[in-house]
Design a protein. Structure first.
Length: 270
């Protein structure tokens, strides 16, 4: 699928995240539960990778393993060619829920990222204010999370994840609970922020449309135990207007991924 205006692919970039033969097994009263099985996964430096799959396929488990929050049962994970042995330092994480502290101001919530790493709050205050402004939150730094809408709260979460300028950004369905218009707005803003940086992003979603719109590559996962079924390179021009979702080319990608899920018995084809 060639496209004359497509953004230069990152095929020549080195792997920033490299997973080989990953398996994850959880104990349970009824016996071991396999969440991930023989997963091979790669995210190249500066690449935006979306991971899409049905509920229970291990997408969140995969992200937690990459973040060093879950030990692997088999296989290995390398970040920047270093074997993962705990949470990597150069990491930002945006959770499905905003996980803000209601007793702290918005500015203080963003600065939590610096405090967690033992960094000087004052040194990051100006950057925190700049990020809030960039995400349309100028002037709300003194307010509290319970005073904001869900979309604004998730914007704060993204600002917090970006505060220390991490090389790797992991995002676990961050827009899944938002209304359609807010979700579209944040999709556009996220691509704008990412396009001006060299960050590697791994983005988990249930939405095929969102996965395609955001990513350089979509990783399709099977029903649990999770495995990688196919890597779909997305050769669409950047920057991407929302209207690109209505083009025949976008529909081709969407139809192909839907067909993969139909073959797996996850979706029914009309």
């Amino acid at each position: 699928m060639a496209h004359a205006l497509a953004r230069e692919p990152r095929t020549g970039a080195p792997a920033y995240v490299q997973i080989t033969g990953l398996g994850k097994i959880y104990p349970s009263p009824r016996g071991p539960v396999t969440a991930l099985e023989s997963v091979d996964f790669e995210a190249r430096s500066g690449e935006f990778v979306s991971v899409v799959g049905p509920s229970g396929c291990g997408k969140t488990t995969l992200l937690k393993c990459i973040a060093g929050l879950e030990p692997v049962s088999s296989g290995e994970i390398r970040i920047a060619d270093r074997l993962l042995a705990g949470p990597p330092e150069d990491l930002g994480f945006v959770f499905q829920r905003d996980v803000l502290f209601d007793w702290r101001t918005i500015l203080d919530n963003v600065l939590v990222a610096a405090e967690f790493l033992g960094l000087n709050r004052r040194a990051y205050r100006e950057r925190a204010l700049q990020l809030l402004q960039r995400f349309g939150l100028e002037g709300v730094g003194h307010r509290y999370p319970w005073e904001l809408s869900g979309g604004m709260r998730q914007r704060v979460s993204i600002c917090r994840a970006l505060l220390v300028d991490p090389g790797l950004l992991l995002m676990d369905e961050p827009f899944g609970a938002l209304d359609a218009m807010t979700r579209d707005d944040l999709n556009v803003e996220l691509t704008r922020i990412w396009h001006g940086t060299s960050k590697t992003v791994v983005f988990i979603t249930h939405s095929i449309v969102e996965a395609i719109y955001l990513a350089d590559r979509v990783v399709v996962m099977s029903r649990g135990p999770g495995r990688v079924v196919e890597n779909v390179d997305i050769d669409l021009a950047r920057p991407r207007p929302l209207a690109i979702r209505e083009t025949p080319r976008f529909s081709q990608y969407s139809g192909h991924i839907r067909h993969l899920f139909a073959e797996l018995g996850i979706l029914k084809e009309a």
